[in-house]
Design a protein around this ligand. Sequence first.
Ligand code: BMA
Length: 893
Amino acid sequence: MHRTVISKGRVAAGMGGLIAFCLWLIMTLSLMGVPARAEALKGLETRTLTDGWRFRIAEGDPNRAAHPEVTNWMPATVPGTVQSDLIASGKLKDPYVGLNEAAAQWVGLSDWEYETSFTLDEATLKRGHIDLVFDGLDTFAEVTLNGKALLSTDNMFRTWRVPVKDMVVNGANRLHIRFASPINKMRPFMQGLSYYQPGAYDSAFGDEPLGQNSSAYVRKAGYQYGWDWGPRIVTLGPWRPVRLDIYDGVRLSDFFAQQQHLDDQVAALEARFEIVADSARNATLEVTVTDPDGKTQSQTQTLPLYAGSNSLSLPVRIDDPKRWWPVGYGRPDRYTVRARVLSDGVVMGERIHRIGLRTSEIRRQKDEWGRSFDILINGVPIYMKGANMIPLDMMPPRVSDAYRDRILKTAIDANMNMLRLWGGGHYFDDGFYDWADAHGLMLWQDFMFGGSIPPYDEAYRENVRHEAYDQVRRLRHHPSIVIWGGNNEVQVNWDNWGDSQALKDKVGRKEAERIHTGLVRLFDQVLRGAVDKYSPGVPYWPGSPTADYDGPSDGDRDGDRHYWTVWGGKQPVETYLTVTPRFMSEYGLQSFPVMATIKAFAGPKDMAIDAPVMIAHQKFDKGRGNQRLLMYINNNYGQPKRFEDFVYLSQVMQAEGIELAARHLRASRPQNMGGLYWQLNDVWPVASWSSVDYYGRWKALHYSARRFYAPVSVSLLRRDGVTELSVVSDRQSEARLHWRLKVMTLDGKLLSQWTQDLNATPLSAQVVMRLSDAELLKGADPKSTVVSVELLENDQVISRHQSYFVASKALALSDPKIKSRLTRTADGYRLSLSARTLARQVWVDTDALEVSLSDNAFDLMPGETITLDLKTSASEAQLRRALTIRSLYGAAQ
Ligand code: BMA
């Protein structure tokens, strides 16, 4: 694109520099003379169409006969989905409860229609433009306006804008949308194929033949077709806002304050305006920047517009810039940039962005372990601690802001600094990213590809290109997005997995080559191109896991890795200690949610791991995940006595397994520079890899994460009979610390102790001491011995950890007789706990009461007292009724 520089501003036109210059000259001259006065313009008026919507099963749909209850118009929520409205009105049983998921399948197998009407008056009709804008239609929609065809869609992630001035009338205008069942819509296409793209999960309900999954060909959230932690709820509906944009001759179609340069003295931004004008006229661009302290600088520039698209920009200089820092590294300072376009003094368009000044870089340098994968923010290599995030619900529009923020806050509360937004879901709403920006939470944003192999045809790729343009332009001003990722597990699927291998054998070399070329075009060119074009400066990483096409994906020496040998490959959790990838972007273990959550979907007769309801809420390996859970529990903790013990032990197992991996990875810095476990949250109440369940209740793992992700932390990692004491520090300055290590019997007799001062180097992991079992035990019985370490700063314990010589089931535990004392505080209660003998994995359960605990799922050393803060508005009587305290003793046989 050629650009002609005009004083401080710039104008770019899609034509040769000379022509542009001549045009500019003519226009400038005309502006300097008698200004060409166009008719008086009025500013943009936006009307969001939320009212008057109704919906019903579509005329002519074969399911009408079986579902007469939905043939009449019913009030609809927009944005929304058919399923959420049917549930809200009692027409569909909550699919999250019992076995109801199966009974909800017909909804996604039917066509639905929505309609509303909006009124326009004569004055509005006289305006220059009336556009209908759909921020998201899920997915195959035929839109008509006043009975005339308007739009046909096939991608839920795109935004659609249609000029409708010629179609609207004075008075009521009828807007009608018919949503086709995505599964039925694809059926003829699927039947015409000679082979099927692998990777998606099969329907458990027989509506699509096994191995023939239409989801692989559709731009719709993959998880809605069923995943290994989620039900099959194939939604339909206007899932994002629908609005009317009413304006005259000039529209601000896009704005971006693009960071050009950043150092400690100055930030240089280019405030880029995309403006569409009906005719040549002049416009005033105005940019106001408010710094984090509220100081404002403004500048304006009057520039000529051409008829058509105009790319204009103003340079913005910020002295002494305050950077956006990730949580733990400084304040996430932001600047508010307000951009306005004025014509004849009238504001024609406005955007307000809260931006952050920061650099982001993936540094890959050859070293002794292969090639690094260091993410540097503002030049600081940051150890990434966090988890992978999936959508917040099966029906995204019904997620409240409060719920969204509550789940995001759990990440910060557990000392995480990064979430990877996994590609099988959907791009989140603006408020999501705003929250992350405000809290310094870094995001690795996948494009929406969840693991199946996408088709290679040009039309599909073009569709994705538009989607990427829409989404990157919507989200690029958020400083929290520090990496754009091409997909989840597409490359590793194609390179390594059985289904892909079988397909290669079936279709032959030539066709396999076409598929592969399609993948490379899509992920290495189209999506990379979208990021380079619209979000330059933020790294693009073409998938997860990958080595960026430099070599094999999913290895330890280069790129990021998904490690599923534990859980998927049934290997014991200790195997985690044998792998040290450069960046671990996925690994995980399952557990059940707490009993209060289970009781929300299961009745008393369902409380067994092989009960149909419990299997329906376990999606791994078609319900066989409960056996996998049991295997892991048995290996380390023994056979659970009752169902409740199984549930509790599943959480203990998950917490201890992930803790082992996370501590090992952090201790391996700088060889490893990040660990994101699978997964933070749930889309419904279910057994899964999450650490926070659908109701926002913390599992044992989440409390454990808060400890193992602490900014400065001490760990004991035992392998091959040697225990390593290591200290990691994410601080940027040296920390003067002190540690003490005790070897004790389980009933509290001190056998030996070590203690030492330590200066923890900034941004580092150090091995402080290595001790063999013989040195630690000095002849004591390994079954009756615990090693405990505490790290202190200014005499305060800031981190602690315990280690054992045998598996939990072999420990000589005795009844710890936990004593508790509850006292009132300003915002809740204080709970003091002590035990006669070692109490492993003490779990304080408050049933369904809303209580926020300062800690949970910890080992209580014999003789010590641990005091917890319980924040709640519950009365003391309620709390006492709900409260139970347990530990490993007696949970298994
Ligand atoms: C990963 C993810 C998900 C999946 C999870 C658990 O590899 O990318 O697709 O849900 O494993 O199996």
